[in-house]
Design a protein around this ligand. Structure first.
Ligand code: ISJ
Length: 253
């Protein structure tokens, strides 16, 4: 069950869900800073690496997900795998918490979109060009970023559930009409989104400064704060809202 939002649905409030999202910002910013320790390292992504059937990155992601599946990672609804095909079952006894979410959540996995923007658009904005040979560390650092971003975006299930529970009279007609645009309008709070973009930029500036004992460092940031604001404005928040819409469309099934 959701680690941060309380697993009892009566205790799920929009404030608590938003607090969980705010804490996840810290994780995302730190993981981007970690990834920025390495240059792009493009051989990590070569279609075929050594004797693997795909890239080194794919190998690391698939093998890590298989291990994490066995220890129950994907029993948490907000943890979605990037390669869901043929994952081994969990060997860990399921938790006894009552389910908070509608079962439709399990069928909503938008990791393909996350994979696509991360590698094709985001990574070149914050990793410097070059090759230092650290391909294994690069791949695990990419997976750390992907998992933190994916978890944040799929947390949209809880955001949607709590918004629905708070105002079923507003959401039900739009759900019955399968009105995507109407749902998107209902669940969007532009003022909140503006605050989020500013805050994550500030976190990138605070966490990513060069800390010195004597002066305030060199004024350079490990990851450009404007890239982090853009990550949220262009990808994370729109995709969180997509998860919310997809969830709500199935909420009365
Ligand atoms: C997450 C929420 O829903 C929407 C998505 C947001 C986000 O992904 O941060 C922010 C505001 C809303 O437009 C929310 O209301 O907090």
């Amino acid at each position: 069950m959701a680690a941060e939002a309380n697993s009892n649905s009566d205790n799920l409030t929009l404030d608590k869900v938003r607090e969980a999202l705010i804490r996840q910002e810290d994780t995302i910013v730190f993981r981007l800073i970690q990834r920025a320790n390495f240059p792009v390292n493009s051989p990590t992504y070569d279609e075929k690496f050594a004797s693997f059937s795909g890239s080194l990155l794919q190998f690391v992601v698939k093998e890590t997900e298989a291990l994490q599946s066995k220890v129950g990672r994907y029993e948490n609804p907000e943890e979605q795998p990037f390669f869901p095909e043929n994952l081994p079952p969990s060997l860990v006894p399921p938790q006894a918490n009552p389910p908070v979410l509608h079962p439709a959540a399990a069928s909503i996995n938008i990791n393909e979109k996350i994979w696509d923007f991360y590698f094709n658009q985001l990574l070149p904005l914050f990793a410097v060009p070059g090759d230092d040979g650290n391909y294994a560390s690069t791949a695990s650092s990419d997976l750390d970023c992907l998992q933190a971003i994916s978890r944040r975006i799929h947390y949209g299930y809880y955001v949607a559930e709590v918004k629905f529970k708070d105002a079923p009279q507003d959401y039900e007609p739009a759900i019955r009409a399968q009105d995507r645009e109407g749902l998107m309008k209902l669940l969007t709070f532009e003022a909140v989104e503006e605050v989020v973009k500013k805050r994550v930029g500030k976190k990138a500036a605070v966490f990513g400064q060069d800390v010195r004992l004597v002066d305030n460092g060199n004024g350079k940031y490990k990851v450009d704060p404007s890239v982090v604001s853009r990550l949220y404005g262009e990808w994370i928040m729109p995709l969180t809202k997509l998860v919310q819409v997809e969830y709500l469309l199935r909420r009365l099934d």
